[in-house]
Write a protein that binds this ligand. Structure first.
Ligand code: NAD
Length: 632
């Protein structure tokens, strides 16, 4: 760049340009058939760390390791092959940078030219700009030592080496070890970047001018051309409400910067906390209001680590082009298992028998006690839960009937019923799995209970308002129903400290559970992996397939393309305007996908040419543009 001073970049090799320490790899090769191999490799790693951390002199560490290694010349070819496969991910990604800036790049390493030179040749760095040690071999090709006159074989060798090189311009050192920092401390280098992609050494982090978790960050910070538009470590994720640690780990592993807080935030707290945040993770307690969304300056996505999204102002998110993701199906299996368990308990009268025993009554009899095998199960609502229950219930030998207001494909041998009435009249067990739409209020009341078979079992783990509880009590009391299991209620306590009230309390053969149908450790774990996967897929590829509010575009990894993500108000003519800009700049479109909903349109375009600032400016200036993001 014209306005930048001349800069020279000095890279370390081991654990910076490669993911590993070369000597440990060499040991894997040279000690392949040694019975003490594992022990020796561990010892080499220890000595390497002691040397890198400055606990022993480098010369000592080198001698000690070479002795253990017993390596030969022929091992070096294999080593180069192995190291080529273990180039640091962000280095490999940015090969172009090395080629383009080769004249300004030097490697100063306490490793060995015998393996560094061939590896870096592929990155356009010639041997004369690689400063490292050289091996000494005996006549049989055994590595027996190294050139002791080389500065890099001596204590503080990098300082001396760099001093002699007398490089032009500002010298920027990028490395993971103490010896890299020492060049800056000695005043010969101008900046030291602690490279932490492979190892993070605490003794250099606070001394570094900048900690760079990848080369992408280094390039971004220094306004150098990079392979990706925005370093992942700059994506800030805020996870509230004690979200499962697996989710945090997944997002960290992806390279994002994650902050966590144990509690829910109120609106004012969220308005403050949301500034600078790209991804917000909540559970059910934090309300994401329009005011919070308006205060968000960077927000791309909200992850609801739960089933529902009532706590989020979806309209406000949609208008602001913020994608919302949740985990609607993560607890399906948990609900199904509880229904099956309850069916069995109710058909056997187990609850009444257990209650009697707790007050000292022994009532051993087989009357009113049935297997579920061969019984008719009626499922009302054949969605995610209903249909999965259908499969498992058949596995237990039940005959399954279902009724749904929508056309649903029957799984296994399940039979579709033309009306609710048909289902109610036919089944021994009736279970509700409808959704919470307002029209479903009271769909099961006095009339429907009367239609059921005498001695039927009734189960509701769907929504509280769909059943008339007074009618249920009446038909349980009269003996029309043999028993019931209820997990959801028209009025549920706001918290565990509020009392539970219901006309069903105290009724025999009625299982009451506090809305825990989907509450299992497994469901929590499913949520903790499902939501981060959706978030990562959206951030990295623009995929909105699982989004609650953005139009759904299923986009995959990009190959050799730049991807532009354009979110706009859904008004006519936007696509034409965008494409006219591409054609004006002679940009070839490789793939394009537009999806709209009532409020917004989401356009994903893959292009084959490097866009420039003018293209971006013009795209942003199109009226009704909500957000524009580039991935490359
Ligand atoms: P879903 O949306 O996949 O399925 C609901 C099905 O019900 C749909 O096929 C729909 O067409 C059908 N339906 C709606 N109204 C109907 C009616 N009046 N008659 C017949 N069919 C009707 O939902 P899902 O994921 O299977 O969940 C089902 C219910 O379970 C939801 O109400 C959900 O809130 C509830 N749920 C409860 C718990 C719990 O802890 N107890 C956990 C998870 C889900």
């Amino acid at each position: 760049m014209a306005d930048q001073p001349k800069r020279t970049f000095v890279f370390d090799f081991d654990s910076t340009l490669t993911q590993v320490e070369a000597f440990e790899e060499l040991a894997e090769i040279s000690l392949k058939n040694d019975p003490d191999r594992e022990k020796k490799i561990r010892r080499i790693a220890e000595i390497t760390d002691q040397g890198v951390d400055g606990d022993i002199t480098f010369t000592e560490s080198l001698m000690m390791r070479l002795k253990i290694l017993e390596a030969r010349e022929e091992h070096l070819d294999l080593l180069v092959k192995r190291l080529n496969r273990k180039i640091s991910t962000s280095i490999a990604r940015n090969k172009e940078f090395f080629k383009q800036y080769a004249a300004d790049i030097y490697i100063v390493s306490c490793g060995f030219k015998e393996f560094i030179d061939p590896i870096m040749a592929k990155y356009g760095i010639p041997p004369e700009r690689i400063f490292a040690n050289t091996f000494r071999f005996d006549r049989k090709g055994h590595i027996v030592g190294f050139d002791r006159d080389n500065d890099l074989a001596k204590p503080d060798g990098k300082i001396e080496q760099l001093r002699k090189m007398d490089l032009p311009g500002e010298i920027h050192v990028i490395g993971d070890g103490f010896s890299d920092y020492q060049m800056r401390a000695a005043g010969i280098a101008h900046k030291f970047y602690a490279f932490t992609e492979n190892v993070s050494r605490s003794n250099i982090l606070d001394k570094a001018d900048h900690v760079t978790p990848s080369l992408d960050e280094f390039l971004y910070k220094n306004k150098l051309p990079g392979a990706i538009s925005f370093p992942k470590n700059r994506i800030k994720v805020l996870l509230l409400e004690n979200i499962h640690p697996d989710a945090e780990a997944m997002l960290r592993d992806e390279g994002y910067t994650v902050e966590t807080a144990p509690k829910a935030l109120n609106e004012d707290e969220l308005v403050k906390a949301i500034k600078g945040v790209h991804v917000l993770g909540i559970r059910s307690k934090t309300k994401v209001t329009a005011k919070a969304i308006a205060a968000a300056d960077k927000l791309m996505a909200v992850g609801a680590f739960c089933i529902g999204t009532n706590q989020i102002d979806l309209d406000a998110c949609t208008k602001a082009g913020v994608a919302v993701f949740n985990a609607p199906f993560s607890n399906t299996r948990s609900v199904v298992e509880l229904v099956i368990g309850e069916m069995i308990m109710l058909m056997r009268g187990t609850v009444a028998k257990s209650n009697a025993m707790h007050v000292g009554k022994w009532d051993k009899s087989a009357s009113d006690s049935n297997e579920i095998r061969g019984k008719k199960l009626g499922i009302i609502g054949y969605g995610n839960i209903g249909s999965q229950l259908s499969v498992l219930a058949e596995g237990l030998g039940m005959t399954v009937y279902y009724y749904d207001v929508e056309e649903k494909l029957a799984l296994g041998n399940a039979r579709k019923m033309a009306s609710l009435k048909d289902l109610l009249r036919r089944c021994d067990v009736v279970t509700l799995h409808v959704d919470g739409r307002a029209e479903n209020k009271g769909i099961i009341g006095d009339r429907e209970f009367k239609m059921m078979k005498d001695g039927a079992v009734f189960i509701n783990l769907s929504r509280g308002h769909v059943v008339d509880i007074a009618a249920l009590r009446k038909h349980l009391g009269s003996g029309k129903l043999r028993g019931a299991a209820v997990d959801v209620f028209p009025k549920e306590p706001g918290s565990n400290s509020d009392p539970f009230e219901s006309p069903l309390i105290g009724m025999p053969n009625v299982i009451l559970t506090p809305h825990v149908g989907g509450s299992t450790i497994e469901a929590q774990e499913n949520i903790a992996s499902y939501v981060p996967e959706s978030l990562v897929s959206y951030i990295n590829t623009g995929n909105t397939n699982n989004s609650v509010n953005l139009p759904q575009v299923r986009s995959t990894e990009m190959k050799g393309a730049h991807r532009l993500l354009h979110i706009h108000a859904n008004v006519p003519g936007i696509l034409a305007r965008i494409n006219s800009i591409f054609s004006k700049y002679d940009i070839n479109i490789l793939g394009q996908s537009l999806k709209t909903n009532e409020t917004i349109g989401y356009l994903v375009t893959d292009i084959d040419k490097k866009y420039n600032k003018d293209v971006m400016r013009e795209l942003k200036e199109i009226g009704h543009t909500v957000k524009l993001r580039v991935l490359y």
